[in-house]
Design a binder for this molecule. Structure first.
Ligand SMILES: *Cc1c(COP(=O)(O)O)cnc(C)c1O
Length: 413
């Protein structure tokens, strides 16, 4: 019997989760009931943020955050080129243009220097269709589980008066240390808003789902309004009144609601977040221990822990290795990575690449957002491969991946 395929990531649903959804199904509310508020309260407890607004998916969370930040036509948003397209698309949905920031090839994260370069470039090379010389929003992306240098980004944002939206889809449960204090990802200690995703490959799932966290009451109210068509029934906010049925549309919002079924699942999943995170950490340590030694370390290296903070506790969303960290060209790295991808696939291991730099996507080129050079992201992308990393992996699965990678590196020599 052949072994089951190992994906790079997948959910872990148990009977408790199933029971939670069934209970919601039998209740009076399939959507807009008490489960949404319970899920939001749990997110506040976990992140430490004051407010959470749960929405249909992580992309909707980014879209609403950009709208609440005031992004409109003519504005510019800066985000990392090493991210899922949604981080950049959200700026465009709101009418803004995109300027990409390069990343450190060893971490996949933006740095103070790459962000300052992106901000500075606006004065010399404006984004097509935008007059802005400073960004309306900066959307740092926490990558693979490690938070971006948020406390440094907060300084840059203050100088340019940009709104910071932390894309925390990879970092639920992560912490970082700045100035001797420890902060939680998505706590919004150094950002105005943070966005989360509950897609099945993320730390906890609702099927599809997302959320925005914030400590700012005005942003919270705006996000709530935009989530349901821009409609309010709050008597204290109505401009007119015409009876008990009356509601008002105050902004052009969307139907970005999440259902009670999904939130029942989400609350049940979040109850297991610490167990999931501990297991992800254990798997990362196992991989690290192998890859730090021969024969691996001359051919590949794990992602580095970012140097921006004295201590980062990753949430280990992805386990990325970089092939050919000291190779002389990106072409050489790319050849090694392709060979690895194919050899692993032949052995039932479905590795993945996170991410194809967004500045290379044809639709971003067409829109004029692809200019500039991104040597860090290009070098990172050439060699990067995400190996299986999900809490339900057994130790034997980790060994199976390590053995397959050993055959890959031995085929190089
Ligand atoms: C998953 C993800 C998103 C989008 O989340 P969805 O829930 O799939 O819409 C955005 N940004 C990053 C970095 C992600 O990994």
């Amino acid at each position: 019997m052949s072994e089951p395929r190992l994906p790079y990531g997948r959910q872990w649903i148990d009977d408790e989760d199933v029971d939670a959804v069934v209970r919601a199904l039998r209740s009076d509310f399939l959507t807009q009931g008490p489960e949404v508020a319970r899920f939001e309260a749990k997110l506040c407890e976990i992140t430490g943020a004051k407010y959470a607004v749960a929405v249909a998916n992580g992309t909707a969370a980014l879209h609403l955050a950009c709208l609440a930040a005031g992004v409109r036509a003519g504005d510019v948003g800066i985000t990392a080129t090493n991210t899922f397209v949604a981080s950049a698309n959200a700026i465009r949905y709101a009418g803004g243009g995109v300027r990409f920031a390069d990343v450190d090839p060893a971490t996949g994260l933006v740095t103070r220097a790459t962000l300052e370069a992106a901000c500075g470039s606006l004065a010399i090379h404006p984004v097509p269709g935008a007059q802005a010389r400073t960004p309306r929003v900066i959307v740092p992306v926490d990558f693979a589980g490690a938070p971006a240098p948020l406390h440094e980004i907060a300084d840059i944002a203050e100088a340019t008066r940009a709104v910071v939206i932390e894309d925390a889809a990879h970092s639920l449960g992560a912490t970082y240390t700045a100035g001797g204090q420890t902060y939680r990802a998505a706590s919004c200690a150094h950002s105005h808003m943070a966005t989360l995703s509950f897609h099945p490959v993320k730390h906890a799932t609702t099927g599809e789902g997302g959320a925005v966290t914030t400590n700012d009451e005005a942003l919270f109210r705006e996000l709530q309004l935009l989530r349901t068509h821009g409609i309010t029934k709050d008597a204290s906010r109505l401009k007119k009144s015409d009876g008990p049925w009356y509601y008002e549309q105050h902004a052009l919002g969307f139907n970005y609601r999440i259902t009670d079924l999904q939130c029942a699942l989400g609350t049940s999943q979040l109850g297991k977040l610490d167990t999931f995170l501990a297991r992800r950490r254990a798997i990362a340590y196992m991989y690290d221990a192998h890859f730090a030694a021969q024969p691996f370390d001359s051919w590949l290296l794990p992602l580095e822990s970012p140097a921006h903070a004295s201590r980062v506790q990753s949430a280990h969303h992805l386990y990325v290795v970089r092939f050919g960290p000291r190779a002389s060209s990106n072409g050489e790295r790319a050849d090694m990575r392709l060979r690895a991808y194919e050899m692993l696939k032949a052995r039932g291991i479905d590795a993945q690449v996170h991410y194809i730099p967004v500045h290379t996507q044809p639709d971003f080129e067409r829109a004029g957002f692809a200019g500039g050079s991104y040597p860090g992201a290009d070098a990172y992308y050439a060699g990067a491969l995400s190996l299986p990393m999900f809490p339900r992996m057994q130790d034997a699965d980790v060994t199976r991946v390590v053995n397959a990678v050993r055959d890959v590196v031995e085929s190089f020599s």
